[in-house]
Design a protein around this ligand. Structure first.
Ligand SMILES: [Fe+2]
Length: 230
């Protein structure tokens, strides 16, 4: 049985900078199945300053309805929520959670670290009772200092998502090892936007992951058990 969960994927067609059409969506889907994924969480980008949550949700659902996904791949509809100042006060954030959970995928913008944005993440947790999942936590290595990373890690009860393709790179593996040794909750995802290196390197990353963690943890991380889907 295909049991792995891709927690972060731009698989829906024509909604963001991910799959440009239904053919690409199906191509990503078949690659995921061949890698052992049975579930994919579709996470199109959501930007608070661009559109209301309601509009985003209806665009997302419409994009999903256009694709006839293979039966062996379960598709869950969520979002990758870009953190902006003040957004923790939005009452409808709960509409963007991973279905059946209180988890919400959030991303820091690709800028220098801002403690205000970390506070927003923490406020999402406190105000809405949600568990933020920090997307591609390894990606800010050039922008965040060790102290910045420690600041985020000191926020209690977050989940950290790491991109599988990045584990094909030595620098990211070092980062991952430290994160793993810190004993925090880690899940993985492909963050695929099309069928390019992010998919092929995800396969390489899975092989590297096997060597980086205990056998039980390998399965736990690839099944994204911290999401509580099972
Ligand atoms: Fe993404």
């Amino acid at each position: 049985m295909k049991s792995y969960v891709d927690s972060h994927c731009h698989i829906l067609p024509g909604i963001d900078d991910g799959a440009k059409d239904e053919t690409v969506s199906l191509d990503i889907a078949s690659k995921l199945v061949s890698l052992g994924f049975g579930t994919v969480i579709a996470t199109p980008h959501y930007y608070n300053h661009r559109e209301p949550v309601e509009e985003f949700v209806s665009r997302r659902n419409e994009a999903f309805s256009r694709v006839n996904f293979p039966e062996e791949l379960k598709v869950l509809l969520a979002a990758e929520v870009s953190i902006e100042e003040g957004m923790s006060k939005k009452s409808d954030l709960t509409k963007l959670v991973i279905p059946g959970t209180d988890r919400i995928l959030v991303e820091f913008p690709m800028k220098k670290y801002s403690p205000r944005l970390a506070e927003e993440i923490f406020d999402i947790k406190v105000r809405h009772g949600l568990t933020p999942v920090v997307a591609h936590f390894e990606r800010y290595d050039d922008l965040f200092t060790n102290e910045d990373y420690s600041d985020i890690l000191s926020l209690d009860g977050l989940i950290y998502q790491v991109n599988l393709f990045s584990l094909a790179k030595m620098g990211s593996r070092k980062f991952f090892r430290n994160l793993y040794n810190a004993g925090v909750e880690i899940i993985t995802g492909t963050d695929a936007h099309k069928t390019d290196f992010r998919i092929t390197d995800s396969e390489k990353g899975m092989k590297k992951l096997e060597k980086l963690v205990e056998c039980d943890d390998y399965e736990r991380i690839l099944r994204c058990e911290a999401l509580g889907l099972h």
